[in-house]
Design a protein around this ligand. Structure first.
Ligand code: 16G
Ligand code: ZN
Length: 549
């Protein structure tokens, strides 16, 4: 019929690369851009089917995040703006690797039958397409569009060059039936930021050591461009953007959050003249954010203020607001909100200790946003961050509903009690911070306004606790999937004996901690070690790397 011939026809234009096995991985398909047209085309088909299945709008983002400029990738945003449901990932793998149009057709027909997807030619499907600034993005977007429209009744809407979190935000907003343009995104972020600024305690705003300027490394990508638009809507905050895509530097080359966090060195465009000021780095698609300080002496090293410290800052602020609510509202009005934080094994041990000392519930999940996000969604307020700077704060619908009702009673003009102000602040945070996925732009605004609220400099913030020295290594092995882990990747269950050997090594070091895991994005096993001195962390990671080899 019409559908079958449409698929056969269009798929014959996109042959899969020979001898390459592609996998959806932790965060979608990623490879050298020249290998990807057929994969992106097929993910377009998948997105259209997902839209038919869910009766909702789906997102398709073309980006390879922090990877090199010649790479690209593709991932799906589900109806709620989150990651593609994990039970569709095997289908994505199968589609990408189907050797011929005929195989592809068989796979699609089987899957459509199994999932009970209605392909009556009448049902409507819509996929929002976005891409980052990579030069290969244009052609890949066209491949995605052809994939989507090879399903009868499906339309593709090109949203243009976006950050990954902007596309996720738009998908979520469209499916909630609220305004969802890029302008709406900027308006929501800037108005909730201004609301939080207006609620800063008067005695805090003039404290020493706090200035209203932040200098941001845009990784030569899309984030800097969008940040310039956003800053034009803010007045009190001064944002200087460096390494923006139009500045001509190479994407992610010696710049960006991934580089800064892993190498702990000053990115291009920054030098000792920036010593002591508040600096931040975004990654190539602006879903990661880290801060850093350039020390006065020109060693090239930086003091990193990573995702763990952003999490800690958010946790302190939110906990303070919740306690205002509880103190001031009395039992009758109070909603005992459950606050939880979520980390991975990569979180610095000092951060976990610190959070526990605050009395917070700290949860661990395996690496990858989809796992952290899912866990954080169990709380009224769930804060998750990876050390690499990806994270956000999730608010449950019931708690947002409670906050909305509570703040409606507050007559405008009189911002009343501490409890009322706390409710207004929390509601503003829920609007400022991206509810779909970690977002460097909304994260940056929240960090900035909390620092102002606390009257803290970046130095004061960085002193919350001192990171334990750590070292990360990667080991090339014959089969990385031979390493199987449990307990949020903190223990190896196979091969047998490996964990015992790791324990024996780790036990030799004061404050030693070490784990190994197969990478979800590269063909390597990763080793992470932590100890009381850098030298000890280095030796521990080296000896464990030998055990893995
Ligand atoms: C991906 C993940 C990131 C994770 C990283 C780990 C998303 C959106 N991104 O970039 O969260 O930290 O993979 O990489 O989930 P690895 O498995 O190679 O260590
Ligand atoms: Zn990214």
């Amino acid at each position: 019929d019409e559908q079958q011939s449409l698929l056969l026809n269009s798929s014959s234009r996109f042959s899969p690369p020979q001898g390459v096995k592609l996998s959806y991985g932790t965060a979608g398909f990623r490879a050298d851009a020249s290998l990807l047209p057929s994969t992106v085309y097929r993910v377009g088909i998948l997105a259209a089917l997902r839209s038919l299945k869910t009766g909702s709008i789906i997102g398709l983002m073309i980006t390879a995040s922090h990877n090199k400029v010649s790479d690209n990738g593709v991932k799906i945003a589900d109806p709620n703006g989150g990651m593609l449901s994990q039970h569709w990932e095997p289908f994505a793998d199968a589609l990408a690797n189907a050797p011929s149009p005929q195989h592809l057709l068989v796979l699609i027909n089987e899957f459509v039958a199994k999932e009970g997807i209605l392909m009556d030619g009448v049902s409507h499907a819509e996929v929002l397409l976005g891409r980052d600034t990579r030069p290969s993005g244009d052609a890949l977007l066209e491949a995605a569009r052809q994939g989507v429209t090879s399903i009868v009744g499906a339309v593709a809407t090109d949203m243009g060059v976006l950050t990954t979190p902007q596309l996720h935000w738009m998908v979520r907003a469209r499916n909630k039936g609220v305004q969802a343009s890029e302008q709406d995104y900027f308006e929501q972020l800037s108005s909730s930021f201004r609301c939080l600024e207006d609620l800063i305690p008067a005695e805090k705003s003039k404290l020493d050591g706090v200035n209203n300027k932040v200098v941001v490394d845009g990784s030569n990508g899309v984030g800097g461009v969008k940040l310039k638009v956003l800053r034009s809507l803010l007045n009190a905050l001064v944002v200087e953007v460096r390494n923006s895509s139009e500045d001509g530097g190479v994407l992610n080359d010696g710049v960006g959050a991934d580089y800064v966090q892993k190498e702990k060195v000053v990115p291009h465009g920054f030098d000792s003249k920036d010593a002591g000021i508040r600096c931040a780095s975004l990654d190539g698609d602006a879903d990661r954010l880290v801060y850093f300080i350039v020390p006065p002496e020109s060693s090239g090293r930086i003091d990193l203020v990573d995702g763990d410290k952003i999490l800690s800052l958010f946790a302190i602020f939110i906990r303070e607001q919740l306690s205002f609510l509880n103190e001031n509202e009395g039992i009758k009005n109070s909603h005992q909100a459950r606050l939880g934080v979520v980390q991975t094994a990569y979180a610095n041990g000092a951060s976990t200790n610190y959070l526990k000392q605050l009395g917070l519930e700290v949860n661990f999940t395996p690496t990858g946003v989809k796992y952290l996000h899912e866990k954080a969604a169990e709380f009224d307020i769930g804060i998750y961050f990876e050390a690499n700077g990806h994270g956000t704060v999730l608010f449950s619908e019931s708690f947002v509903g409670w906050l909305e009702a509570r703040t409606k009673e507050i007559s405008s003009g009189s911002k009343g009690s501490e409890g009322e102000k706390a409710a207004l602040r929390l509601l503003a945070v829920s609007k400022l911070i991206n509810q779909a996925v970690g977002d460097a732009l909304s994260g940056l605004l929240l960090v900035e306004v909390i620092l102002q609220h606390m009257g803290w400099s970046i130095h004061r913030w960085n002193e919350l606790y001192h990171d334990l020295p750590s070292r990360q290594l990667k080991v090339k092995v014959a089969d990385r999937n031979a390493v199987i882990t449990a307990n949020a990747e903190t223990v190896v269950v196979s091969p047998p004996g490996l964990q015992e050997a790791i324990n024996a090594e780790t036990g030799k070091y004061h404050q030693g901690r070490c784990f190994v895991r197969p990478s979800g994005t590269e063909d390597v096993v990763r080793v992470y070690a932590e100890a009381s001195t850098q030298e000890a962390a280095d030796t521990l990671s080296n000896s464990v790397a030998k055990l893995v080899d």
